[in-house]
Design a protein around this ligand. Structure first.
Ligand code: ADP
Ligand code: MG
Length: 262
């Protein structure tokens, strides 16, 4: 695993203040973090601590006024087209079939053979039989798999996932986690995964970063020494899971309390 800088994501002294109605409100404070190429990192922290703000800055959707972010050796300035970005609110369009939804980003990026790539992606997420279905005909989990196929279709080397499975029930979440880990094992993308579910963070990530309450700072980082490949249906019963989960929870819980009381 290489470290940040040349490949991966290097977050250097990044801060952010929002100004609303004349008052400045600090959302992030001097965040320094090196994410290696191919590394799977999870961000956890209380609501409002700036996780989505930081993701938007890595994606180049929000200007970086304090500090800088280097992705794959280039400072992020303007929209970063080398990342795939997935949020809880997916971009699946109801008036397009599953296949048309997956092909759309390929056509927008003017990539060769959108039909062939869409077929391959739908097979990868287990939706081969549903190419001509409309989103309204799918279950919540299947719809999420369409969003995953859309994200992966143009083969971004870096995936930014902001609470992507947050709206799913606990069982479907496990299915999606398994799917994501399988794809990551095959393709080795760099993944930044935001979740409010600490068990999900520990299950998926090689490192978990705990942010403090607003303004968000890096409070703790734990390397997750669990065997891989991981099985989301079983990993939580590994004694090592409980040990690292407890350490992380001790860092996270007071931040959640403090934020809730603020
Ligand atoms: P998280 O994703 O960790 O819940 P966000 O990055 O969404 O946190 O927000 C961090 C803080 O910045 C919050 O206090 C939020 O209210 C504020 N914030 C986010 N976006 C804006 C905006 N466009 N204008 C003003 N304040 C914002
Ligand atoms: Mg958020």
């Amino acid at each position: 695993m290489s470290q940040g800088g040349a490949k991966g994501i290097s977050i250097q002294g990044v801060g952010k203040a929002y100004v609303s109605r004349g008052a400045e409100r600090r959302a992030l404070e001097r965040v320094d973090l090196e994410i290696g190429a191919g590394e799977f990192v999870a961000f956890v922290g209380p609501s409002g601590c700036g996780k989505s703000t930081l993701m938007n800055m890595i994606a180049g959707l929000l200007p970086i006024a304090e500090g800088r972010i280097v992705h794959d050796g280039r400072a992020v300035q303007g929209v970063n087209r080398r990342v795939g970005y997935m949020t809880q609110a997916d971009a699946v369009l109801p008036w397009r079939t599953v296949r048309q939804n997956v092909e759309l980003p390929l056509r927008l990026h003017k990539l060769a053979d959108p039909a062939g790539r869409a077929t391959a992606m739908l097979a990868q997420v287990g939706l081969d039989g549903f190419a001509n279905a409309y989103p309204a005909e799918l279950s919540g989990g299947m719809r999420k798999r369409v969003a995953l196929a859309q994200l992966l279709a143009y083969e971004p080397g870096t995936l930014l996932m902001d609470e992507p499975f947050g709206a799913l029930d606990a069982q479907l979440k496990l299915v999606m986690q398994e799917q994501l880990l399988k794809i990551w094992a095959e393709r080795g993308q760099t993944v930044v995964f935001v979740t409010h579910d600490l068990a999900e963070a520990v299950t998926l990530a090689q490192r978990v970063v705990v942010f403090s309450g607003r303004p968000g700072r890096v409070k703790a980082i734990e390397t997750i020494e669990l065997p891989s490949p991981r099985d989301p249906f079983r990993t939580r019963f590994d004694p090592a899971f409980e040990a690292v989960y407890t350490r992380l929870w001790e860092a996270l819980a007071p931040e959640i309390r403090r934020e809730a009381a603020a």
